[in-house]
Every structure is written in C-alpha cells, then in structure tokens.
Design a protein around this ligand. Structure first.
Ligand code: ADP
Ligand code: MG
Length: 696
C-alpha cells in the first residue's frame, strides 16, 4: 500500500472554509466541498479509479459512502464456545505461525494458532503468502469469523486485527460498518480510509441548513460520525435519518424556490370567463356533478382568477370523473378567449377525449382539434382541421380552440396562438420536462395535471411539492360494484367457464397479459399475441380482438370502435388499456400473471370495468406459486381505496415502481427512503417553508 505522506496535512489549509455540504447535483470543481480524493493519504491513482467506480470522487462522497450493513463485533466469546457456521469474535495470543508452500511455490497456506486459555484456534489463509508479514508469535489478536471445522477448530480467511490498544480498533471490537465494494477494493482498506477521513474532517463538516433542525437528531458532522462509527445499533438509523433530512431539505428548497420564482415572475392570465358556456355544458351533461367534483371546480376557478398562474394536480381514482372537471376548467379559459391544450399519454386515450370533447363542445361553438403522431401527416391533418373549422367555429364566435393530443403537442409544429391553459391527463406518464415544454408554448399558461394513480402523501409532497393538490375522493353515485378475486393458475378452466357465461349474458370482457410477443415458458409468463391464437378457438362463437402498443393507430382505433360497438366481445390486451378507456358494457376483466404488475397498476386496470350499472368482476391469476405474491394481490380483493393500495405498493415495491423510474424526476437519494420517511418529508417541507418566509 502506498502511503503518500508529505509530512503534514497543510495542503488542506488552502481550503479554509471547507464546507462539506452534500448536494443533489455534483458540485462544480471549483467548490471547496469537492476536495479530490487524491489529496488523501494512501489514495493513489489506482485506488482513485476504483473509488470512482463506486461514484466516490470527493471527500464528501467518501464521507457519505453508506455502509450496506453493520456487524456487531463487540462481544467476544471464548474459542471453546465458538460454533460451526456462527460468526463470532474471539481474542487470544499467537502461539505458532508458519507458511507452507507447494507446487514450486504456486500454492501456499499461511496458518497461525491462537490460544485464549479455553482452546486453540487455527486461522488459515490460502494462497496469500504475504499474510505472514502481518503476524508474529506473541501477538495479541482479535479474530472474527465462523468455524469451518471443529477438529481442529479452524477458520479460513477470518477477519483479524492485532490488538495494540482496544480503543483504536477499526475492524473489530465495535459495531463495524460493511461497505459496498468494487473489484480490487478490500473492505478493510476502505473501512480504514473512511475511518481516518472522519477523524480528519469531522470538525470541518458544516451544517448545510443552519436553523433547520429537528429535535432529537444530531448535527450533520456527528451524524456522519455515527454513520461510520456507531456506538449502538440504533445510532445507524439516527444517522441515516439526519442525513436523509438534509437530502429532503435540499429537494424541498429547490421545489419551493421554483414555485416562489414562478409567482414573482408571472401574472395569472384572467380566465374567470363568463360562466355561460360552463352552465350550458353542465346542463347538457345528463348528470349532476358530485360534491367532490364541484369542490375541485371551485378550487380551479379561484386559481384561474388569481394573481398567479394555476399549478394544480388533480388526483382522483379511476372513474371518479376527472374528464368532466377538465372540460369545465378548459371552458373557463376558452370562454375567456384563450386556447387550451389537453395532452394524453396514448393515441387511444387522446382520440377518446377528442370524441368526448367534440360531442360536448361543438354545440357550444368551440373548435376541437386532434393532434397525434398519426394525424401529423399534413394532408390528413389539414383535412381534419378544415372539416372541424367548418363544422365547429361559426364566424361570429370567439375562435379559441381546444387542442387534444399526445406528445405531438410538444413538438415544434404545434404553435397555438394564445395558449391559456395546459391540461395533462395521466400526468405520471409524462416527465417534468415534457410538461415544461408544453407550458412554454404560451406565456405562463395555467396548468392542470391529472392522475388516477393515487400518490401517497409522502411521494406527493416530494414529487409535486410545487403543485397545489385537489382530490376527488368520491365516485359518482350508482356505480356498480367490482368484485375482485385472486385465483391460482389451476383455476383457469373454471374462470373461462365463468367468462363464457358472462359473454352469453351479453357482457364484454378484457383479458390482460404482461407480455406482447415473448412468452417466458419457464417462468410461465404469457404473451398476448400467443394467447390470442389459442383463445380464438376456445372462445368461439364470440369475437375476440387484440390491442397493444405496437399496432398502428388506425388498427387500434378500429379494434377499439369494434369493441365499443360490441362487435368484439372479448378484448385481449397488454397494459395499454390501463389508462382512460371507457366501455360501460365491459364488466369482466381477467389479468393473467397478475404478479407481474404493481398493485396500483392493477387497480388502474380494474378501473376499466364497473363503469356501467352491472356488477363487474375482476379476476387476478397469480401464476407465481409464492404466497407473498398472492398475499400482495389480496390487498386488491379487500380494498378499492386507491390511496391505500398505492401506500401498499410504495411500501412493498418502492417509489420507482409506482411512478415510473426516470419519469419521476426524483433525485437519487442516498439516505432518504420514501417508503418510511413520511414524517421527515413533512418536517423538511415545514422547515423550508418557514425558512423561506423568514429570509424573504
Ligand atoms: P376518470 O376520473 O377515470 O378519468 P372519467 O372522467 O372517464 O373518469 O369518468 C368516468 C365515467 O363517469 C364517464 O363515463 C363520465 O361521463 C362519468 N361521470 C363523470 N362524472 C359523473 C357524475 N357526477 N355522475 C355520473 N357519472 C359521471
Ligand atoms: Mg381519465
């Protein structure tokens, strides 16, 4: 090991205010927080490269390198008490040591014998001859490991430490951190390096957020010490929470400052409108809004008449009636003379919205346009526009337009004249960047984003901290019940019998598979295209259709309209039908390989049924034999509460699964864990809010 030692640590003094602050983003090289590792004693080019593979490039990174677990090596037992296959620490004196070589020195074993008065212990290292340099007869040694033989008592490759003074031990006689490693980097080496680095830098670690503290949590410097040198096992969690708090405060600061900046720089476009079109629209709907819908509309109305642009997230379980709310919100902008863009994640959904809004709005004299990947071919689009303009916008009316579309709306070709409101349906399918891009097509238009994935509060505050949140927490009255059953694969024949029976009663069904083409026979995971061929025969004389993301949109559209018109009775699909589709006569859903889906996703899927007055049935086939898979699915049998289901998903599978990995915009936390840090998230939000108020 090269020990680069220039006699003093004085080269650190060129960074007088060494401010070891942790940041979400990589700090710029000019920041004193990023002292390069090469400056540390014992870290040369090779070690630096290895550490870089663990994303450790600076002293900061090193201090925040989180142990993957801890071992409590404080308790010694006598060698006589040591057991096979049970890790323990013993302490004794070396009474003999020697190296044996054979095959011309290619093979070797170094061995010493330790005696503690109760028994003798043989410690061996195979093919590591240099180990002989570290030990000599008479040394007092701590040994940690499991016996791999009893006669004689032997441990191969134990962890050891020579006892010079018990206090100074790093690897034994304490709660020992076990770090993530990379090839060529020994555990003991990084443990020593981190231990030395903590000693050297602890006093220089600054509080990154002075004044934002929670009672009961230590300062940052102390937390970093506890992370690497805990005195009790509980200390490790205290350290984690403290460091997590800093991450969450950083994130909340970004979020809240962004919101403040928006409010300082922008004025809300006046979109209170005249209320006339909305009144007409609601009168022609054929049903009363629920109380929850009305409440949300009031919130939206206050937003669009306010001083700043609306930034609102509307959460409502599947079927809770978000579309009508979106339509009313759109009308506020439209009747104030502004264009509105409504973006949906799939063509099927965009087209469905387009049809609905056409039905609703044409009679109100508002033109509705559709923009998707497939309407982009200019001829078709121009023709569509013309026909719409003809039928939809009489010359004497204000010509505000509602644009409905997919990602196509983000592209440059889409340039609305005066965009006053952006509505994003199924928001979790889009990234934050896409949302921003669409917003920039106007001058601070109002924003309403909608999601049917109930976001647990922890995640909501983290992800959508810069949005106001409205919840539709009530389904329209008279909704049919959805009964959900989790069944094992063996029950499939019975299930098909049941489905045929429902089809014979005139109902329709969805059948959902996790894969498109590639079935995984070994794991028993089915693919929709394969099953389609098989089921065609089984299900005759009923017609079946196939729907998945790879179809051309004209094909999708013709399958969907055939299903809507009941020309197809059973629709096989991948999870593309997850969002938005509305066919009230479809009352049965079968999901095969249900264990392959997240709970929240299954809940979404199941929202496709139960849309009419007939009772509906959702059957989840748990093909995986494990109990935990079916236990997880049973949450869906018991609950229709989307929030509860999402909490469960968050707990079991983490935030990435719930909201989509890259889309989320979540920073990669080292310490924060949204599965359990709900309280910390709330506290961080409050601390930042008060801090920003004070420092206005
Ligand atoms: P989601 O919130 O999942 O987007 P939708 O907006 O698609 O739900 O609404 C589901 C169905 O409920 C639609 O057919 C819609 O017309 C209907 N609906 C919406 N609001 C009401 C209401 N207040 N009373 C009765 N039916 C409603
Ligand atoms: Mg919807």
């Amino acid at each position: 090991m090269v020990a680069v030692c220039n006699g003093s640590d004085s080269h650190f003094d060129v960074f007088p205010a060494l401010n070891i602050v942790q940041r979400m983003s990589v700090p710029t090289p000019s920041s004193p927080a990023v002292l390069p590792l090469g400056e540390l004693r014992g870290v040369g080019a090779e070690r630096s490269a290895q550490l870089a593979r663990l994303n450790i490039r600076t002293v900061d990174d090193l201090l925040l390198h989180r142990p993957r677990r801890y071992e409590d090596r404080r308790h010694f037992i006598s060698i006589a008490e040591m057991q096979m296959n049970e890790a323990a620490t013993a302490r004794g004196k070396i009474i003999a040591a020697g190296l044996k070589r054979w095959r011309g020195g290619a093979k070797s074993v170094f061995e010493f014998i330790l005696d503690d008065g109760s028994a003798r212990l043989h410690c061996r290292w195979w093919n590591l001859p240099y180990m002989q340099n570290y030990f000599k007869v008479g040394d007092e040694i701590l040994v940690y490991g499991k016996l791999n033989s009893l006669k004689p008592r032997t441990i191969d490759h134990p962890e050891t430490e020579v006892v010079e003074s018990l206090e100074a031990l790093i690897h034994l006689n304490r709660i020992v951190p076990i770090y993530p490693l990379t090839e060529g980097l020994p555990q003991r080496w990084i443990r020593s390096l981190i231990s030395r680095t903590v000693e050297q830098f602890e006093s220089k670690i600054a509080e990154p957020h002075p004044g934002m503290m929670i009672a009961g949590l230590p300062g940052r410097a102390h937390a970093i010490r506890l992370l690497h040198c805990p005195e009790e096992m509980d200390d490790t969690e205290i350290a984690r929470r403290r460091l997590a708090l800093d991450e969450l405060i950083d994130l909340q600061t970004t979020i809240q400052k962004r919101r403040k900046r928006l409010e300082a720089n922008s004025r809300g476009l006046p979109c209170s409108g005249t209320n006339q079109l909305i009144r007409k629209f609601l009168a022609q709907l054929g049903f009363q809004l629920t109380e929850a819908q009305t409440k949300v509309l009031r919130e939206i109305r206050a937003d669009v008449g306010g001083a700043h642009p609306m930034r609102r997230l509307l959460q409502g379980d599947v079927g809770s009636g978000k579309t009508v709310v979106a339509a009313s919100a759109a009308l506020m902008a439209l009747e104030s003379g502004y264009d509105v863009a409504l973006m949906a994640p799939t063509e099927i959904l965009a087209e469905q919205h387009f049809k609905n809004f056409q039905n609703w709005f044409l009679s109100l004299g508002i033109s509705v346009e559709l923009l998707t990947g497939s309407t982009k071919t200019t001829g078709e689009r121009a023709a569509k526009q013309d026909s719409l303009k003809l039928s939809a916008a009489p010359a004497d009316k204000p010509t505000a337009t509602l644009y409905v579309g997919t990602h196509a709306l983000i592209e440059n070709a889409f340039a609305p004249e005066k965009l006053g409101m952006v509505i994003i349906d199924e928001q979790h399918k889009f990234g934050v960047a896409q949302r921003e891009k669409l917003l920039r097509k106007g001058i601070y238009p109002h924003l309403l984003v909608m999601t049917a994935t109930p976001i647990p509060r922890t995640l909501g505050l983290t992800l959508y901290g810069d949005l106001d949140i409205s919840v539709i927490d009530q389904l329209p009255a008279g909704r049919a019940r959805i009964k959900t059953y989790v069944r094992a694969e063996e029950k499939l024949p019975k299930v098909w019998e049941f489905i045929r029976e429902k089809l014979s009663e005139g109902r329709q069904a969805y059948v959902v598979y996790p894969r498109l083409e590639e079935a995984d026979e070994k794991a028993g995971i089915k693919a929709v295209t394969k099953e389609f061929v098989k089921l065609k025969k089984i299900i005759a004389p009923y017609e079946i259709g196939l729907l998945h993301g790879k179809l051309r949109s004209s094909e999708k559209e013709s399958v969907m309209s055939a299903f809507r018109a009941n020309k197809i009775q059973m629709l096989l699909a991948t999870s593309v039908i997850e969002v938005g589709i509305d066919v009230p006569n479809a009352t049965v859903m079968l999901v095969e390989n249900a264990e392959q889906f997240g709970l929240a996703q299954l809940h979404q899927l199941r929202g496709r049924i139960g849309r009419g007055a007939e009772d509906s049935f959702c059957i989840l086939i748990a093909s995986e034999k494990t109990d935990s898979a079916s236990a997880r699915l049973r949450v869906l049998e018991e609950s229709r509460d989307g929030f509860r289901i999402a909490e469960e998903d968050l707990r079991l599978r983490g935030p990435g699964e719930l909201i989509g990995q890259q889309q989320s915009g979540l920073p990669p936390f080292r310490f924060a864990d949204l599965r359990k840090d709900r309280l910390l998230v709330e506290q961080a939000r409050e601390l930042v809010r008060e801090n920003l108020k004070k420092n206005k």
